[in-house]
Design a protein around this ligand. Structure first.
Ligand SMILES: Nc1ncnc2c1ncn2[C@@H]1O[C@H](COP(=O)(O)OP(=O)(O)O)[C@@H](O)[C@H]1O
Ligand SMILES: [Mg+2]
Length: 230
């Protein structure tokens, strides 16, 4: 589903700006993958490349069978519709309630009101927020706000859910709940990719772990072999 060959990403012109170096990676449909590594390792850069927010300096990125580095600008929204994205800082609209925040992702792609009224409650129930539908973000806990952003990422029914440090602002208990939610989403069939440096979570969930250090992939567990490699 995702395939990367000899990928380099350099910001600016000097070698100092090398964020990723010679990355080779295959992620299959249905996998749950952690991308770990210290701050500055290149995790966010990799996710931005997947979303076509930035282009690689060298190499290509195949997603759903297409080289996304060659997409025309008007094709990019179709890629992004198939990738749900969750961020550390939630990125919710503060003046809109939970329902509206999730509905917004459907409104921008022209989904009918009828379909929105059907889909939003379903996804909010799935993430455990059906009692908070009319709350504004500032009336919710951090964990609840992150659940809203997970619901927003899922409401388009993407093939892949990506999360960049999704528990970076959450306490350990809440972090576990959010990671368990990702696991549940994966069990239901969505491919999940989580960049994190929450070691306890990585070791607890026992999934495939890709380790980045200084822009290099220093380890990728063989699929099917899960251990505490981190
Ligand atoms: N927009 C940018 N311009 C220049 N350098 C950047 C930019 N974004 C990230 N970098 C650099 O690329 C490297 C990888 O960053 P990043 O992908 O954000 O790492 P991580 O998410 O693992 O903390 C770092 O050295 C960072 O300073
Ligand atoms: Mg990052």
């Amino acid at each position: 589903m995702i395939e990367i060959h000899h990928l380099d990403k350099q910001y600016g012109n000097d070698r100092e700006g090398t964020a990723l170096h010679d990355i080779n990676l295959v992620i299959d449909r249905g996998e749950f993958v952690f991308i770990v590594g210290p701050s500055g390792a290149g995790k966010s850069t990799l996710m931005k490349l997947f979303m076509r927010e930035i282009l690689p300096t060298r190499g290509n990125i195949k997603i759903f069978g297409r080289d996304i580095t060659r997409l025309k600008n008007r094709q990019i929204p179709f890629l992004r519709r198939n990738i749900g994205m969750v961020f550390q800082d939630f990125r919710l609209l503060s003046d809109r309630n939970v329902f509206e925040n999730v509905a917004f992702a459907l409104q921008v792609i022209g989904t009918s009101r009828r379909e929105i009224r059907k889909r939003v409650p379903t996804v909010l129930e799935m993430v455990g927020l059906k009692d908070k539908v009319w709350k504004k973000p500032d009336e919710l806990s951090g964990g609840e706000q992150q659940r809203v952003s997970v619901a927003r990422a899922l409401v388009n029914r993407p093939a892949v859910l990506m999360a960049d440090e999704p528990t970076g602002n959450l306490d350990p208990q809440t972090s576990s709940e959010i990671m368990d939610l990702f696991n549940e989403i994966n069990v239901r069939g969505t491919t999940v990719i989580v960049a994190t440096h929450a070691k306890e979570q990585v070791n607890r969930l026992q999934k495939r772990v890709i380790i980045l250090e200084n822009g290099c992939m220093v380890s990728d567990q063989e699929r099917g072999v899960y251990c505490n490699a981190y």
